[in-house]
Design a protein. Structure first.
Length: 754
């Protein structure tokens, strides 16, 4: 998905180097040098809430998968208000916990469509847009003890006392966010666990803690914000434990390139394997996690942070200084209403792509053509002069200046008008962006012979820029993505997104612009994803990684530390699974493994070229083939889960059957004769009461990996929900052949069983 970070020196540390998604558009700054590690600032029982895990987890596809899992569920299977979770089956409890975790994910993060970047919700009517590091610390801590013994009234009291949050207000600022919506962020547990030993290793705690940590990295703007999070975490921990402790910083310095040598990574993994594999009973666990931090636990916490740093580092470019993240904002113009600056930031991002010197880490103003607007030159010069202060966490932002510069420009199209009739808020179309670039680079130069020839395509920008800067040739590639906007078969709406990829020839950086303009330019959206060529120098020992994965997926009946510690499961959720990893039969482990797989397009790298590569089409077909195997394997795993845990299996199938196979991965099913038949056979083997679920049938119907339509109609026939006439009317001739073949397959299966 295009992961970004910042590297201003050979030193790399999870403590002071930001490793962030490009789509997290909150105002943020790069972190300054730290004097200690954040992992060692928390006791072992709170390691799963360490910020370093959040940076590693932000590089994994699990978040998007969890969000889509929540969006594709049917009727809630939540508990009745008088029902005790203890009286419910483990399958129902686990299914309810998964439902709650996916509900929280969709209340914290936003994704326009499956292929879009994910960012923390910025909608001002949602509580996530008002989160701070301290409030995230409160919610993370509260998730450990949210129970019948600590009702929501307690959370409301704390939010009002500590943060001034009440219904529709924060202190005296009107927000329009009701207290009920704030309470949506704390309803992630139904019953108090008997001890932290029972709950700290549960899948719910793994997912909930992971969500809050990724949200932390999407909202923190500086190292001071991470300090605020740690201090607040200690405050709520002390209040709950009724004790007073200080933050035990250990000055371990910063990580440098040599710390990521293979032998040092192996030593760190050995340290973690030893720690998480040590025998553990409830008494031992509570004693260990409550111990005062000693040298041994400090070494382990440093190992946790080193491995997390390595995971995130693999999504960083090699030997490149990246530009700072440009924050989105809300501004007004000429006393008009406040509007978002998404298209204005897109223009700003284009100039950073064109002017950024990757070796010097600054804007190269010499690349600007002589015909460029003087206002543009002055603004870029001022911004360039403030880049050093920006890296030192000074709150300097030029969003308002850019918004004013790009408002009320002739020939350009806008969505809003001020009371005085001036136009602002740029319309999100590629043609309009081309007009804006023309007006800034040529339109104000009366001496330019091209002044009256407006641009209507970014191809014209590329041609002019390359003409002015032959050594920095601009490459542009276009696409249109059509997305089905409604799941209602009778009223499907098609949403079109304009997409453009821009890259300077020879650069390791590129950008994707995605635009949508609706209702005759009455509204729309613009999103920018920065793409880089990542390191992908994964030097972790695969055998050690497998051993860690095995420890984390061991049943809780095996009393080892890793079975009851969420920090290990969270780290494994961020680790790249070695090729050939066998899916676990345990439902909770299956959930984490399926969430950890990428099922969508991998857009972390884009290499544009002006030479047509004939091999590209063949490579794409091979990628699709491999991806089909990965998806087939995941569907089979969900079907196997249905045997022991039908509710969990049903939840997973509703989601996984709607995923796309467009992804580059490897699979154990590569040598299978026909993975499509394996999947269809597994689905037909499921009990009819599971297949009767409408959401699951819809997922089967829309699946492109299998013969979904014929399979869904066969299931409806078996359920007596479709007649022969229905089949005749809804199936084509080729689909009838598929139906007959699958019916024979089902008959053979029954004969085999009998």
């Amino acid at each position: 998905m295009g992961w970004l970070g910042h590297r201003s020196s050979p030193e790399i540390s999870m403590v002071h180097k930001r490793l962030l998604r490009p789509s997290d558009r909150q105002a943020r700054r790069h972190l300054s040098r730290a004097d200690g590690t954040f992992a060692s600032a928390l006791p072992p029982r709170l390691w799963h809430l360490s910020p370093c895990l959040g940076a590693a987890l932000a590089t994994s596809p699990w978040l998007g998968n969890l969000m889509r899992l929540g969006q594709r569920q049917g009727i809630s299977i939540g508990f009745d208000k008088d029902e005790d979770a203890a009286s419910c089956s483990k399958d129902m409890i686990l299914s309810h916990q998964l439902e709650q975790a996916s509900f929280l994910a969709n209340n914290l993060f936003f994704q326009m469509i499956r292929e879009s970047p994910i960012h923390v919700i910025r909608n001002k009517s949602m509580p996530a847009s008002y989160l701070s590091p301290a409030t995230i610390a409160f919610f993370s801590s509260f998730s450990l003890h949210n129970s019948q013994h600590q009702p929501h009234s307690v959370a409301k009291d704390i939010l009002q006392r500590d943060f001034g949050i009440r219904s529709n207000y924060i202190h005296d600022q009107k927000t329009g966010v009701s207290m009920a919506r704030w309470m949506d962020l704390v309803r992630t547990q139904t019953k108090q666990p008997s001890s932290i030993y029972d709950y700290n290793g549960s899948i719910q705690q793994v997912l909930v803690s992971s969500l809050w940590l990724v949200a932390l990295w999407g909202t923190a703007t500086s190292r001071q914000d991470l300090n605020e999070y740690i201090q607040a975490m200690h405050q709520y921990d002390n209040r709950r434990e009724k004790k007073t402790t200080s933050i035990p910083y250990h000055n371990n310095g910063v990580f440098v390139e040599s710390d990521f040598a293979p032998e040092k990574l192996e030593n760190a993994l050995d340290q973690l394997i030893h720690y998480y594999n040590q025998p553990c009973t409830p008494h031992d666990y509570n004693h260990t996690v409550e111990n005062i931090i000693d040298n041994k636990s400090t070494e382990t916490s440093t190992a946790v942070e080193l491995i997390c740093a390595h995971i995130a580092l693999q999504h960083q470019p090699v030997a490149t200084i990246l530009p700072p993240i440009l924050p989105n904002g809300y501004y007004n113009f000429d006393n008009g209403e406040t509007k978002a600056d998404c298209v204005e930031v897109t223009i700003r991002e284009i100039f950073y792509l064109l002017l950024w010197d990757e070796s010097e880490g600054k804007l190269d103003m010499s690349r600007l053509p002589d015909t460029a607007s003087q206002q543009l030159k002055h603004l870029l010069m001022a911004e360039s002069d403030h880049l050093p202060q920006q890296a030192c966490d000074n709150n300097i932002d030029f969003g308002k200046e850019w918004f004013d510069l790009l408002s009320h420009r002739g020939q350009c199209r806008y969505l809003a008008r001020s009371p005085n009739g001036k136009m602002y808020e740029l319309a999100p179309t590629l043609e309009n962006i081309s007009l804006v670039m023309w007006s800034l680079l040529i339109g104000e130069d009366n001496a330019c012979s091209r002044k009256n020839r407006h641009w209507h395509s970014l191809d014209e920008l590329a041609h002019y820029w390359t003409e002015c800067n032959p050594q920095y040739k601009l490459l542009v590639e276009f696409d249109v993505l059509k997305h089905v906007g409604s799941s209602n078969a009778s009223s499907r709406s098609i949403i079109e997104h304009e997409i453009a990829h821009l890259q300077l020839c020879g650069s390791s950086r590129a950008m994707e612009i995605r635009l949508r303009c609706d209702w005759d330019e009455a509204c729309g959206m613009a999103a920018v994803t920065r793409l880089v060529e990542p390191r992908n120098e994964d030097s972790l020992n695969e055998e050690q990684v497998r051993e860690l994965l095995e420890i984390s997926r061991t049943s809780s009946s095996h009393d080892v530390m890793g079975s009851h510690d969420s920090s290990l499961a969270m780290m494994c959720l961020a680790l790249r699974q070695p090729q050939g990893t066998i899916l676990s039969p345990a439902p909770s482990a299956t959930i984490l493994q399926l969430l950890d797989n990428p099922y969508g397009p991998d857009r972390r790298v884009v290499q544009l070229t002006d030479v047509v590569d004939e091999r590209h089409g063949q490579v794409h077909l091979e990628e699709l083939k491999e991806s089909g195997y990965v998806l087939s394997e995941a569907i089979l795993a969900a079907c196997r889960t249905c045997e022991a845990s039908p509710l969990i299996g049903q939840q997973l199938l509703r989601w996984i059957l709607k995923e796309s196979p467009v992804v580059v991965e490897k699979s154990n099913l590569c040598h299978s004769h026909n993975p499509k038949l394996h999947v269809e056979h597994a689905l037909l083997s499921l009990p009819l009461d599971l297949l009767s679920d409408d959401s699951l049938l819809e997922s089967i119907l829309e699946n492109r990996t299998i013969r979904g339509k014929a399979l869904a109609m066969l299931v409806l026939w078996r359920l007596r929900k479709a007649t022969l006439l229905d089949l005749l009317l809804r199936l084509r001739a080729s689909e009838w052949m598929d139906l007959i073949e699958m019916s024979q397959l089902n008959t053979q299966r029954k004969n085999t069983l009998s």
